[in-house]
Design a protein. Structure first.
Length: 135
């Protein structure tokens, strides 16, 4: 779900994201406007959090590469990636940095999924508003 540090009412946003098509149809113009205001705010916040995680990922990756650059060639392996993983596993600092990378990647994937869901519901809400206007 949405991170607990979220500044907007997470229960409302999660409720919007879980609405069925039939539930969306029952919304009046004011409710649609409220959702149309809340979803872009949620999307912006989630993108900001995703960017923070990407920065952590990139920082950890750069640190790992700096530490193991001179040692990778000492390892045997079929590919560079295999030699790199061996070099990482032989150093406690790079192991810690690699854990940071893995955790950041998991959060990025989770946040990107939520962001896509928010964008989809936002588009559906816009369509529903247009249908109501035309009726």
């Amino acid at each position: 779900g949405i991170p607990k540090t979220f500044k907007i009412n997470t229960q409302d946003v999660e409720g919007y994201l879980q609405m069925s098509r039939d539930e969306l149809k029952t919304l009046d113009m004011e409710e649609c406007a409220e959702i149309s205001f809340a979803l872009p705010q949620a999307s912006f916040y989630i993108q900001k959090e995703s960017n923070k995680e990407r920065a952590k990922f990139n920082w950890a990756d750069a640190q790992i590469n700096g530490i193991i650059a001179s040692k990778v060639s000492e390892y045997k392996g079929a590919s560079f990636e295999e030699r790199k993983l061996k070099a990482i596993s032989d150093n406690s600092a790079t192991m810690t940095l690699n854990k940071i990378k893995v955790n950041a990647k998991l959060r990025i994937d989770r946040l990107d999924g939520i962001s896509q869901q928010i964008q989809l519901v936002g588009r559906l809400n816009e369509l529903m508003k247009m249908v109501q206007i035309l009726q």
